[in-house]
Design a protein around this ligand. Structure first.
Ligand code: ZN
Length: 339
């Protein structure tokens, strides 16, 4: 029943169902795949199944005390570890060795009131080297009656020795029907007339990721999109004034830079799609098709691909703490060269 709550992700569900039904659950799983496609949600549902008083361990009722406590994250045998930022200004969150050691201590004991302890480590790739090495010992000598679930969007950043000790399950972007169901559920309180177009737009923009679909500020997004399309259209060495003006304003919006660069990625992707295939069903920003077609006529495919690659490099550099203003300026100078 509770497994039915997981939308999309048929393959992971099938693998997990089979393991739970046969009682052959490994010591550790690695759930990997894009952010916000249901990995943590599924991990919680697995925890419920393993400890459900009425339907466990194959599935869960979502109603017994154990299921309710797990749903509220207050079950004493459920441990969820998530990386934190070391300070408000830090860009990357990390999982430190102290937190791993504390978890290891808790896992030494038998389950307190359930059948199986479940330790979920979200964004496991944020373990620093020390933490990962320490955690490796737990994977090598797994505590009894314990399931460890590592969750990672960038599994290649994990130690290979950690990965090799987990059963890997890949999660995929959610199909648009699943995304639409989730959005409709969350939009229930909104006025009905605004719903169909908004649901369609949110679903198309989400790329199968729930957080995008639900949290995006569509007003902000529409301003960004128009500004970016204009910028791509006019960029050249003759308009360096615009280059510096744009970077100066954007570099200050530290919280939003990566979102804006994602937006830029989507627009460039759309323009390339329009250039190479007249059929537009894959275009994300369908409502701006006119402006995108104009850009497609102005720019060469190779220029667009160079821009696309430059944006990806800029995102990577900013994530690694590069100076935002310099990184954005560099990006736009590359745009000018490509244009
Ligand atoms: Zn239950």
């Amino acid at each position: 029943m509770s497994f039915d709550n997981i939308l999309g992700q048929d393959r992971p569900k099938q693998i997990l169902n089979k393991a739970l039904r046969s009682g052959r659950v490994p010591n550790a799983y690695l759930f990997y795949g894009q952010e916000s496609v249901g990995k943590k949600f599924t991990a919680i549902e697995v925890s419920k199944a393993l400890n459900c008083k009425t339907m466990g361990p194959a599935d869960s009722c979502d109603q017994c005390l154990s299921c309710l406590k797990i749903g509220k994250r207050i079950h004493p045998d459920l441990f969820i570890l998530e990386p934190k930022k070391s300070s408000a200004s830090a860009r990357e969150a990390i999982l430190k060795i102290d937190e791993i050691r504390e978890l290891q201590k808790k896992l030494l004991y038998l389950p307190y009131e359930g059948n199986t302890k479940v330790a979920i480590i979200n964004n496991a790739e944020c373990m620093n080297l020390q933490a990962a090495n320490s955690f490796l010992k737990t994977l090598e000598e797994p505590p009894t009656k314990t399931l460890i679930i590592l969750i990672a969007s960038n599994p290649h950043q994990l130690l290979p020795t950690v990965v090799s000790r987990c059963q890997r399950i890949q999660f995929y972007p959610l199909p648009s029907e699943a995304i639409k169901t989730i959005i409709s559920h969350h939009l229930k309180s909104e006025p009905v007339e605004s719903q169909p177009e908004e649901i369609e737009l949110r679903s198309r923009r989400s790329m199968g990721q729930v957080a995008y679909a639900l949290e995006e500020n569509l007003l902000e997004v529409s301003e960004d999109r128009e500004e970016l399309i204009r910028l791509i259209g006019i960029i050249s060495f003759k308009r360096m004034d615009q280059v510096f003006l744009w970077t100066k304003t954007k570099a200050k919006q530290t919280e939003r830079i990566l979102l804006i660069l994602d937006e830029l990625t989507r627009i460039l992707r759309d323009v390339v799609l329009i250039k190479v295939a007249p059929e537009t069903s894959l275009v994300t920003n369908k409502d701006l098709i006119k402006q995108l077609r104009t850009l497609a006529l102005q720019k060469s495919t190779s220029a667009l691909l160079t821009m696309f690659e430059t944006v990806q490099n800029t995102k990577a550099a900013i994530k690694l703490n590069a100076n935002s203003q310099l990184a954005l300026e560099n990006m736009l100078i590359n745009f000018c060269e490509a244009a």
